[in-house]
Design a protein around this ligand. Structure first.
Ligand SMILES: [Zn+2]
Length: 505
């Protein structure tokens, strides 16, 4: 006789993404053991089995967010959250509220100046929050931060001068790129607080139906805390640790290898940057920005980038390189050509030129894209301003990528972390070359991420033998015009319910 299941979900609409649909899923020891009709899984239930009547709700594989910054997401939960602010004064209000309930630096995350005049927050504005404690407000893309006079008075000489914006010689309070690394070292909170951040981020992820993330590690403390959480049994999310290239020597020394780890925590790729972002006008373009003269910047110039990619590849590690502007992407694809490793990744790939599509496909390069960035590609949106009509319609051409046979892994970059919002953006994209259908978008947020993480034999589809990582939605994404408004009802990892709507943890 077959052993009984621990958990059975029945009388639902199960979209397996493995070819067929079903009504029920049976789970034992964290694994899917049967997928089929409700009557078929009845055979594997006994008195010990927990049964959930889905009442016709929809089950999908758990979402895999292929590009996250969990420390940032957690900070946004715990510190001032500026993502919803529609004006500088709303940002200042949020920061002032934070001032009252904390000591030390006053931190805020996620502001987006395209929600108001387009001007970054300034030191003079932030001085209204405090003139005796450091105040830092990070822009949504983390490539730019605004700081108050306290920060400048203390540290301005430590920041590389080219990344400190000035007006008539006086720093405006806006810092970019390399200055942010220094800033992070000077004002970062203590490790215990990071534990709080990561747990808050994990809970947030589960609320969004996310069961796995490919996270980017910029600070040793974050990697260490993930290991501690895993060791202590507190990690209910599958996390792939992708280390920024500053750690490459350490990775070499320690002998870390891609895909090694536990069921919940594995070594991923080495992450590097070819350029910056469109929002900060630092993405490297072949033609000038529409609202400025520059063509953006190289974070790592092409020759060095190519050397770095070779070094990562030679070490047998997966490479993961941020590239957004067309000129940066051309250089990046060129440097990936001729590598021997599998599934090297391009993060964002927003202005990937059509001429490079064939090379991307031929070299088994995964495109790790953010469908939520299409929110800026609408008429009158940020990309219209920065890039103009023609180039904004050429951004994020998911249709062309899939037609070229390229694997697309969706992630959010935590702007915001919300797979359903991202899926809606992809299926309602303004241009034919950008728009994909619901199945394709859901697949990119499940199987695509699994593939990018070498996990397609355990994650990303609902089939016997796979990990029981599932999400239950109140309605079908295939039967609505507003996918972003669907509710995540249940999130399940390893067969355990980690989020249930209406029940706070
Ligand atoms: Zn990122």
């Amino acid at each position: 006789m077959t052993e009984a299941a621990d958990l059975v979900l029945h009388t639902g609409r199960v979209r397996t993404l493995a070819g067929e649909t079903a009504e029920a899923v049976a789970i034992r020891d964290g694994q899917i053991v049967r997928v089929g009709r409700t009557s078929e899984v009845d055979f594997v239930t006994d008195v010990e089995t927990t049964e959930i009547d889905l009442e016709d709700r929809v089950v999908l594989p758990g979402f895999i967010d292929a590009h996250t910054h969990m420390d940032f997401l957690g900070k946004q939960q715990v510190e001032a959250d500026l993502a919803a602010a529609d004006s500088p004064s709303e940002c200042l209000d949020e920061l002032a509220a934070r001032r009252e309930e904390s000591e030390g630096p006053i931190l805020g995350y996620g502001y987006d100046e395209s929600r108001w005049s387009g001007d970054y927050l300034t030191r003079d504005q932030l001085d209204e929050v405090s003139t005796d404690r450091p105040v830092v407000a990070y822009r949504e893309d983390l490539h730019l931060a605004s700081v108050n006079s306290v920060v400048l008075d203390r540290y301005v000489d430590d920041f590389p001068a080219e990344y400190v914006a000035r007006d008539d010689g006086r720093p405006t309070g806006v810092l970019t790129e390399d200055a942010l690394a220094v800033l992070g070292e000077r004002i970062d909170p203590d490790p215990e607080r990071f534990r709080e951040y990561l747990l808050a981020a994990q809970e947030y992820a589960h609320r969004q139906g996310v069961t796995g993330v490919h996270d980017i590690i910029r600070e040793p403390v974050v990697a260490r805390l993930f290991h501690e959480l895993d060791r202590d049994g507190d990690l209910s999310l599958r996390v792939r640790l992708n280390y920024t290239a500053e750690f490459l020597d350490a990775i070499d020394d320690l002998g870390l290898v891609t895909n090694h780890g536990t069921d919940h925590l594995r070594v991923g790729a080495v992450k590097a940057f070819a350029d910056g972002s469109i929002g900060s006008r630092t993405a490297r373009l072949s033609e000038p920005y529409s609202d400025g003269d520059g063509r953006g910047e190289w974070t790592i110039p092409p020759a060095e980038l190519s050397e770095l990619v070779d070094r990562i590849d030679d070490a047998g590690l997966q490479a993961m390189v941020h590239g957004i502007g067309d000129e940066a992407l051309d250089a990046l694809v060129d440097s990936y050509e001729g590598t021997s490793g599998e599934r090297h990744r391009i993060e964002h790939a927003e202005l990937l030129s059509e001429e490079r599509l064939a090379a991307v496909g031929a070299n088994d390069i995964v495109i790790s894209a953010q469908p939520n960035f299409l929110k800026w590609a609408r008429e009158g949106g940020l990309y219209d301003e920065r890039l103009g009509e023609e180039r904004r319609r050429r951004s994020n051409q998911f249709r062309l990528l899939l037609d070229a046979g390229i694997v697309l892994a969706f992630g959010s970059d935590c702007m915001p972390m919300d797979p359903l919002f991202g899926i809606e953006q992809a299926v309602t994209a303004p241009d034919d070359t950008q728009r994909i259908d619901t199945t394709e978008a859901v697949r990119a947020y499940t199987r695509g991420g699994a593939y990018a993480g070498f996990d397609e034999n355990r994650l990303g589809t609902i089939k016997p033998g796979n990990c029981a990582d599932l999400v239950v939605l109140d309605q079908s994404p295939w039967e609505t015009d507003s996918i972003a408004d669907l509710a995540v009802e249940l999130t399940i990892v390893d067969g355990a319910v980690v989020f249930e709507r209406g029940r706070s943890s």
